[in-house]
Design a protein around this ligand. Structure first.
Ligand SMILES: Cc1cc2nc3c(=O)[nH]c(=O)nc-3n(C[C@H](O)[C@H](O)[C@H](O)COP(=O)(O)OP(=O)(O)OC[C@H]3O[C@@H](n4cnc5c(N)ncnc54)[C@H](O)[C@@H]3O)c2cc1C
Length: 297
């Protein structure tokens, strides 16, 4: 008897060479066609029979989906088929851009391992929708948006809210994401990323945070996002509001952490209990925010 995990179901594999061609296929076959990018999530879900497809549409042959461009004042544009390693390589060669998007860089270098990062894409990592992914946290603190196109038009969708569960998103079956925009961070911002995990495994708690002008309440900006701890990527907006108060930054960190721990819906699974995750969220968030504020991160 064969184990379903090791076998792929039958499907028709198509590899369009233009966006127009890909959109035609999606329009014609609707729910029966599924987009494959790096394919890491898609192949695993197909093998485990968690996903069905009559057509697998491999988008890696579409030239305009491969790009990385930083436009000052607007942000960092990353094409849908750009791999995590290609992004890391770009940021390694552009130290100024890397400093602006430090949390994205750190999350990328901690995502799986070097072999997987050669195939995995930032867009695919977010859209796969598992709770433990590394790319969504930085996307939330940089208020990222995805550009989706179909035969009937185009739109920009905020990454916050785009994922509804594993392989479930707000995208329509006939839409392709062409690129993601990580918006320009506020002036004077520093950002960072902490992943609590065993070796290259998924994180139990991942924290992305951004801090600008910590000691000037009038200009202070703080953004915090979690993955790994929560069923869906979670931007801690209520906790961010705490930093609008005129009190010293350090005191507000304590209050913000209490707000997160009291309000958030936390995962409980064989990797970690909900209580341990909440404890880690407190410790890791405090450490990251304080270090960012002191300029030590
Ligand atoms: C051993 C192992 C370890 C891993 N460790 C980590 C880890 O530490 N951290 C982490 O974050 N991830 C980890 N992963 C997950 C892996 O990084 C993701 O599966 C991968 O990033 C998904 O990207 P992809 O390009 O392969 O997407 P695909 O699998 O091709 O696609 C994922 C989903 O997104 C949709 N999609 C993709 N691109 C588009 C598009 N342009 N338009 C519309 N829909 C699209 C697909 O239809 C599918 O639903 C691990 C995976 C494995 C196997």
């Amino acid at each position: 008897m064969s184990a379903p995990y090791f076998t792929l179901p039958e499907f028709k594999y198509v590899k369009p060479s233009s966006l127009e061609e890909a959109l035609e296929i999606l329009e014609e076959h609707g729910e029966e066609a599924k987009i494959m990018n790096g394919g890491i999530g898609v192949v695993a879900f197909l093998k485990e029979r968690l996903m069905e497809a009559e057509y697998i549409v491999d988008i890696k042959g579409i030239p305009e989906l491969k790009k990385i461009e930083y436009i000052p004042g607007k942000g960092l544009y990353v094409g849908a088929t750009t791999t995590v390693n290609e992004l890391i390589e770009f940021l390694d060669k552009s130290p100024e851009v890397r400093e602006k998007y430090r949390a994205l860089y750190e999350a990328s270098t901690h995502l799986a391992d070097a072999i997987l990062r050669n195939r995995a894409t930032i867009v695919g990592d977010i859209l796969e929708g598992l709770p433990y992914m590394d790319a969504p946290g930085p996307a939330l603190i940089f208020e990222a948006e995805m550009h989706a196109v179909s035969k009937s038009g185009e739109r920009w969708l905020p990454v916050d809210g785009i994922v509804m569960g594993p392989m479930m998103t707000q995208l329509q079956p006939n839409e392709i994401v062409t690129e993601i925009l990580f918006k320009e961070p506020p002036e004077g911002a520093r950002s960072g990323y902490v992943k609590f995990a065993s070796r290259t495994e998924y994180g139990i708690v991942n924290v992305a945070a951004l801090v600008a002008h910590p000691n000037d309440p009038g200009k202070r900006v703080v953004k915090i996002a979690f993955t790994g701890a929560t069923p869906l990527p979670y931007r801690a907006r209520e906790a961010e509001e705490v930093f609008k108060k005129p009190e010293p930054f350090g005191k507000l960190v304590e209050e913000a952490v209490r707000v997160i721990q009291d309000s958030v819906e936390v995962l409980e699974d064989p990797y970690a209990s909900a209580d341990f995750r909440k404890y880690l969220m407190g410790i890791l968030t405090t450490q990251l925010l304080v270090k960012l504020a002191r300029g030590e991160w």
